[in-house]
Design a protein around this ligand. Structure first.
Ligand code: NG1
Length: 528
């Protein structure tokens, strides 16, 4: 392989136009789409090197800026088992996208040498994108990066982030996980969902229909595909489908609903109180539920609610199956304090707290036989150890509860949080329990909470520790936060720099709504 080709490609077609240093953040590189062509080209190069480094296993590249506004885009790499790119390679990625065009050839040579990569071996990269208008252009840049190193690239076109993760794992497990095609993905999930429903579409207070906010993104398109194939096992009305003038995530989608604590735009006018509604984000890796009561008040059922619902159900099935497995739940500092109390005190489930970003949660969850992890924003899934899978499969020969567990494993996208798979899981559990949203929300009372974004000159002056709950820099800020928090009953607040947007995030919760607003405001002032 002639590395000159890489340089020539870069200079002619994908010159680096931004002088700003960018970091591989919480979920890869993100920024304004017009500055990302060179980043994408270089990530195509890196994915090919990573595939060769991992003995030719498939590596995924997803082009999306998830919950960010429409002008933004981004890229994240998927490792062979469907997990996020290994942390040590994040630094390699950051160095590679920040060198000048002239230094590029040398930098690629350095990666090859440092990692002992045999560039003559085969490689395979899968690429997918969300439906932002600049995604196709950026996808071509990734593919050109692969081709510059004479690698193989397979383009999946417009798919959700979790679908791409699924394709990567399915291909790397030689289809043991499923077929690495769009149909393979639908088949696997729908089959498990329908077997779990077993013809019972309604039960107790559970009704078989929902309103689904697709955030004008790829999650809307794919839900329409699910509907075509589901034969009425769930009646879904899709709003914010991404047809016409609606912009991705604008006044809709899981992030908007969670942070603004209000329904998305385009809700049907005749929607009845207590109708179960779902919002996914721009690349469909997060999901939250919500409803409006008969007084018109909005209620959110977020990732913490989903985590507690799922954890409780899994615990029930494991107990009924009389198998001994280590169960655990992983949260971040954004988890509502009331949810943590409920899990620890009522469900008796071990809980751990890790820094923001699914890669941290996923990693921790792997320490359990059944690890449930969710961010409060609705991003999460469940992972099962090989030991758990083998034990469950054995017991399933005689026990119904273990058979149900096996079907749940098929329904769950273990590779990464998957809004659609998570939604089908929640629907399965609510149906089993005969619950509607009122039953679900009654399991515990959320503490009122508020998130703020504060623009500062350099967000990275803020450094944190203890899973981001304590601020260590600038010095003295944590003491000031503590003093403010002490004035509020059940008060808790923390600050951290965002890894996906140029802001500092402030989180506050307290006993009343008014206190929460005041606490968030006061802490926000300390940051400015
Ligand atoms: P940042 O911008 O680092 O807070 C946000 C979310 C994360 C995660 C990533 C990736 C919050 C508070 N933060 O990260 O949980 O989902 O985006 O999309 O929701």
């Amino acid at each position: 392989i002639n590395l000159r080709t890489v340089y020539a490609f870069a200079r002619e077609m994908y010159p680096k136009t931004s002088k700003e240093t960018i970091q591989y953040g919480t979920a890869g590189f993100r920024g304004k789409a017009e500055f990302l062509d060179s980043v994408m080209f270089r990530m195509g190069v890196l994915a090919t090197l990573r595939s060769r480094y991992r003995g030719g296993s498939v590596i995924g590249v997803m082009i999306t800026a998830s919950h960010n506004p429409e002008p933004d885009n981004g890229v994240k790499l998927v490792d062979p088992k469907g997990e996020m790119l290994e942390a040590s390679w994040e630094a390699i990625a950051t160095d590679l996208v920040n060198v000048s065009d002239q230094e590029l050839e040398q930098q690629v040579a350095k990666i090859i040498k440092d990692n002992n990569i045999d560039v003559t071996t085969s490689s395979q990269v899968f690429v997918g994108m969300d439906n932002r208008y600049h995604s196709p252009r950026l996808l071509k840049a990734v593919a050109d990066g692969v081709i510059a190193l004479k690698g193989n690239v397979k383009e999946y076109g417009i798919v959700t982030t979790p679908m791409l993760h699924y394709f990567v794992v399915a291909a790397n497990t030689k289809e043991a996980y499923g077929k690495p095609t769009e149909e393979g993905y639908y088949d696997k999930l729908i089959k498990a969902f329908e077997l779990l429903r077993n013809g019972r579409l309604e039960n107790g207070n559970y009704r078989n229909s929902i309103i689904y906010d697709g955030a004008n993104g790829v999650g809307a398109r794919k839900m329409l595909q699910f509907i075509k194939r589901m034969k009425g096992s769930l009646n879904v009305t899709v709003i914010n489908q991404g047809i016409g003038v609606g912009k991705i995530n604008e006044d809709c989608g899981a992030d908007y609903v969670k942070v603004q604590q209000r329904p998305p735009k385009s809700m049907p006018e005749d929607v009845k109180p207590y109708t179960r509604c779902v919002s996914v984000d721009g690349d469909a890796d997060r999901v939250v539920y919500f409803f409006t009561d008969d007084k018109g008040e909005f209620h959110l059922l977020d990732g913490d609610r989903i985590a507690t619902l799922v954890a409780g159900y899994l615990m029930e099935l494991v107990t009924q199956s009389e198998i001994s497995l280590r169960l655990g739940l992983v949260q971040t500092a954004y988890a509502n304090g009331a949810s943590t109390d409920y899990i620890v005190d009522q469900l008796k489930f071990p809980v751990s707290c890790v820094p923001t970003g699914v890669k941290h949660l996923h990693h921790k969850a792997l320490e359990y036989d059944i690890g449930v992890y969710f961010e409060a924003n609705g991003h999460g899934t469940i992972v099962f150890s090989d030991n758990a899978k083998a034990t469950i499969a054995q017991v399933a020969q005689t026990k119904e509860s273990a058979k149900t567990l096996l079907l749940l494993i098929d329904l769950i996208n273990e590779t990464v949080g998957d809004a659609i798979s998570d939604m089908l899981l929640v629907e399965t559990i609510l149906n089993h329990k005969g619950w509607d949203v009122q039953d679900w929300i009654a399991s515990y009372n959320d503490l009122p909470n508020r998130q703020l974004k504060v623009k500062v000159q350099d967000r990275n002056v803020i450094e944190t520790t203890d899973a981001e709950r304590v601020c260590v820099k600038p010095e003295g800020l944590q003491t000031e936060i503590n003093q403010v928090v002490a004035n509020y009953k059940r008060g808790r607040a923390f600050v951290r720099p965002s890894g996906t947007e140029d802001v500092v995030r402030v989180y506050a919760e307290a006993a009343t709504k008014e206190d929460t607003e005041n606490l968030a405001y006061e802490v926000g002032l300390l940051v400015q």
